[in-house]
Write a protein that binds this ligand. Structure first.
Ligand SMILES: [Zn+2]
Length: 292
């Protein structure tokens, strides 16, 4: 994704991996082959790889620079986490290199926002130092939704930490280091950066809104994983916490942003990622990349 500018804010993508990734029939329980194939010509060519029959998906962080703050939104899977497949993909140095190419060091980051606390959105939160997991960004405040954190803390306490480690190594050390801000739905960093609750994929998933110069961009986290969910908003993703709630969040959001000029930044959409939503009749939408 080329750098996006709205008013006084710039947004860049730092990619950890990209390319063909998931079979749609395995990722969407409501998958229907005829419906999917009918939608393929109406979607951007980058989002599906007909040769492999796989959805093209990216793992990336958005770097948001405002006049006052340098913010990361979602932090991919991180390194040295010893994760099981499919999160054991190699080449995590790409993420480091792309952040460095923006002229940023870990110490420059002032805030880390996590739209939710899953394995692929919290990885770079921490790094391994002298055998301990510590915050990767020494000067950053990490913004976690208070109730999202509480759910995963409970899961951890009851022996259900995802992959037996994600809360323990990616989230808990941030709180223990005193660098977490556990926030409510209405949290605002300032006039430029606000949250919208969009629960479903995770218990208290939030979108991160960026406002400047009369324009709005929204980092949508995993409220949707692929543009097929704009064509079929009722197609929940297999890992969703509460599929019905996720469908409701997606329908409400897509109807609100359609044809408004709001720039959409979904974490897993293939490059060039940033796009605009337009209505295509009731409860169906187009997702078009912003290519200029
Ligand atoms: Zn994700």
């Amino acid at each position: 994704m080329r750098q996006i500018r709205i008013g006084d804010i710039t947004i860049d993508a730092v990619i950890e991996r990209e390319g063909p990734w998931r079979k749609p029939d395995a990722f969407f329980p409501a998958f229907d082959k005829a419906t999917f194939e009918a939608h393929v010509p109406s979607m951007e060519p980058e989002v599906y790889d007909p040769a492999t029959g796989m959805l093209v998906m990216t793992y990336q962080t958005f770097v948001v620079r405002t006049p006052h703050h340098t913010i990361l939104v979602d932090t991919c899977t991180g390194e040295h986490k010893d994760l099981p497949a499919p999160f054991d993909f190699p080449g995590k140095e790409r993420w480091r290199n792309e952040l460095g190419a923006l002229g940023l060091s870990f110490a420059d980051i002032t805030h880390v926002f996590c739209t939710h606390l899953h394995v692929d959105h919290t990885g770079w939160n921490t790094q391994l130092k002298d055998g301990r997991w510590v915050p990767t960004f020494p000067n950053a405040k990490y913004i976690f939704h208070k109730k999202e954190y509480a759910v995963w803390e409970k899961e951890y306490n009851e022996g259900r930490d995802p992959y037996d480690k994600i809360f323990r190594i990616n989230c808990l050390p941030i709180v223990e280091a005193g660098q977490a801000l556990l926030v409510d739905d209405d949290y605002q960093l300032d006039d430029l950066v606000t949250l919208t609750p969009t629960p479903g994929h995770s218990p208290h998933h939030c979108c991160v809104n960026l406002h400047s110069g009369g324009q709005t961009a929204v980092v949508t986290g995993d409220m949707m994983h692929h543009p097929i969910q704009c064509r079929e908003p009722t197609w929940a993703a297999a890992p969703d916490w509460n599929a019905e709630q996720g469908i409701a969040s997606r329908r409400t959001f897509l109807a609100q942003v359609a044809d408004t000029g709001t720039l959409i930044l979904p974490i897993h959409f293939a490059a060039p990622t940033v796009g605009l939503v337009s209505a295509d009749g009731p409860d169906r939408f187009h997702y078009r990349f912003k290519r200029d």
